[in-house]
Design a protein around this ligand. Sequence first.
Ligand SMILES: NC(=O)C1=CN([C@@H]2O[C@H](COP(=O)(O)OP(=O)(O)OC[C@H]3O[C@@H](n4cnc5c(N)ncnc54)[C@H](O)[C@@H]3O)[C@@H](O)[C@H]2O)C=CC1
Ligand SMILES: O=C(CO)COP(=O)(O)O
Length: 341
Amino acid sequence: MTVKNRIERVAVIGAGSWGTAIATVLSRKAGTVMLWGHREEHVHQLVVDRENRKHLPGIVLSDNIIPTSDIRDAVMNTEIICAVVPSHSFRSVFEKMTPLLEHRAIVVSAIKGVENSTLMTMTQIMDQILKQEQRQNDIQTAVLSGPSFAKEVAQGIPTAVTIGCKDLKIAQYLQTVFVTETFRVYASTDVMGLEISAALKNIIAIAAGICDGLGYGMNTRAALITRGLTEITRLGVHLGAERETFFGLSGLGDLVLTCTGDLSRNRFVGMELGRGRKLVDILNEMKMVAEGVKTTKSIYDLTRPLDIEMPILEQVYAILYEDKECSLAVKDLLARELKVE
Ligand SMILES: NC(=O)C1=CN([C@@H]2O[C@H](COP(=O)(O)OP(=O)(O)OC[C@H]3O[C@@H](n4cnc5c(N)ncnc54)[C@H](O)[C@@H]3O)[C@@H](O)[C@H]2O)C=CC1
Ligand SMILES: O=C(CO)COP(=O)(O)O
């Protein structure tokens, strides 16, 4: 391991697949890992079976991972808290958590999404609530993002991610907290770039899945990844992010993973749509979250008043929210006016 930093106690807020996988990573570095889940019966199952059968089957929870449904218990005496709930439940969870946070705690969001009602990223939500609670000078916020399927991380398959914080020293400190022999962590100060790339790759992954479901080939997928990256970068730079971030792990890295990997839930949703199934039926059957569905609406609403070309986003929005036929969406993308690359 490059840098060792063993800490006493950390908390993971959210006991889904990614929260459980991150708890597994942190269990190699921390004395105790508190793993908070919002449903008591699920937490009870974790305590009894020592395995998250619903979200991460086959991975045994090490003895120092302590499942709890009591959020006070989870964050008490804890300096580092990693938030891993679905983006649309984060605001209410963070509101509950904020008054309970220890002085000088650091909250790291590993969530990939943008809120529908406010069009805010997760760190923007945190900043807003911290300000309301007058804790903005006390609590630090950060982001963890990159190509990282939960199952592979939990299995110890070599993975690299980026942790971003506006304060580089804190990002570098967090690097030493999360790094293990198989989990390599880079540092960044471009929080906006990390959050925008993480949220938008899910939209492009739905598009890639749609094309796979329609039976198109590798050419189509490569075109989507490349033009998708252009679209994501265009919006990110407009919002103040650094262009380079979009060619890093959280940008190109996660885009390639999610557009090509069979473990992606967003790509799965796209594939089922491409095969002709209805969105509502696909979502009703899924046990896990596909953040790209809601994020498509957020980003559509965010970009509509702006003069930014987002053709793939617009077609995914039309398929998800206006019932547009998938093959017609692809036809319309191909028929756009010719451009200079
Ligand atoms: N699974 C993965 O491979 C990765 C996931 N992520 C991101 O992590 C975040 C969480 O995703 P997953 O763990 O994969 O989701 P999941 O679908 O596996 O689990 C979601 C968890 O959140 C809980 N939950 C649902 N509503 C809640 C609420 N109102 N309050 C508190 N908890 C609630 C569920 O009970 C479940 O335990 C998402 O933003 C996702 O994009 C990021 C990287 C990898
Ligand atoms: O973000 C992910 C991997 O980095 C997981 O992607 P899905 O949410 O599409 O499964």
